[in-house]
Ligand binder design. Structure first.
Ligand code: ATP
Length: 222
């Protein structure tokens, strides 16, 4: 389907361990810049031996749900958790395409994820299912573009949203988002040191982390 009125649906995948304000603000910036119909936050499957043992899939999901409460344009999507083992983004996009046949899909990637694309399974296929939106990420500007990615980009980059509505998939748009040098790794480190996570995450997410003692946060952590 093509045409100016075609809705855009976004996919924002991540570990979300935990989800934080930089994820959420970037997500909303993209929704607003591109007038997306909705943006689906898709937590990925993490093998038990890699994650922090005290944070379960159920808890990552609970934090995401708390984070988007009251913002109907951000939707938590559990599809990758319902499949056993890691999900390839190409497969996830294929299922989204059959669920949203009326829409054009936009895959959101922070600069660091974008640069790592050539290491992803069947990464070239992604452009058959979706457009790619690259979100600027502080501290990652100087990352070098792998040669394979540079070649793949030729003819795909656009400077505005219109072609994304006019064509089903395959374009790449760099979109500035609110610069916040926040990462889940830095938050986990901070909590382990007994510091507070408040104002880096939505209040409801911080309360949940503290009340459940996740990432080593103590009940007196503020
Ligand atoms: P970790 O520190 O554990 O690697 P993270 O904070 O980078 O976590 P992820 O869940 O790994 O978060 O990232 C999901 C997506 O969000 C990725 O595409 C990543 O590039 C993007 N992202 C994360 N933090 C930011 C940020 N501060 N600004 C823009 N994009 C971000």
């Amino acid at each position: 389907m093509s045409g100016a009125a075609t809705p855009l649906v976004g996919m924002f995948g991540g570990t979300f361990d935990p989800v934080h304000n930089a994820h959420l603000r970037a997500a909303l910036d993209i929704v607003e810049a591109g007038h997306l119909e909705q943006l689906r936050l898709i937590p990925c499957h993490v093998p038990p031996h890699r994650g922090d043992p005290e944070v379960t899939t159920r808890q990552r999901l609970a934090m995401l749900r708390l984070a988007v409460r009251g913002e109907p344009r951000l939707v938590v999507d559990e599809r990758e958790l319902q499949r056993d083992g890691p999900s390839y983004t190409a497969d996830t996009l294929a299922t989204l395409q059959s669920d949203f046949p009326h829409a054009h899909l936009c895959l959101l990637l922070g600069t660091d994820s974008f640069i790592s694309l050539p290491t992803w399974e069947r990464w070239r296929e992604l452009a058959e299912y979706a457009h790619v939106i690259v979100m600027t990420r502080p501290d990652y500007d100087a990352l070098a573009l792998p040669a394979a990615l540079g070649q793949w980009l030729r003819g795909r980059e656009v400077a505005e949203w219109r072609p994304l509505r006019e064509h089903r998939a395959g374009y790449v748009l760099h979109q500035d988002v609110t610069a916040m040098a926040v990462s889940a790794t830095a938050i986990r480190d901070r909590l382990r040191q007994g510091r507070s996570g408040r104002y880096l995450l939505p209040d409801a997410v911080w309360d949940y982390i503290r009340d459940n003692g996740l990432y080593g946060a103590g009940a007196d952590a503020g």
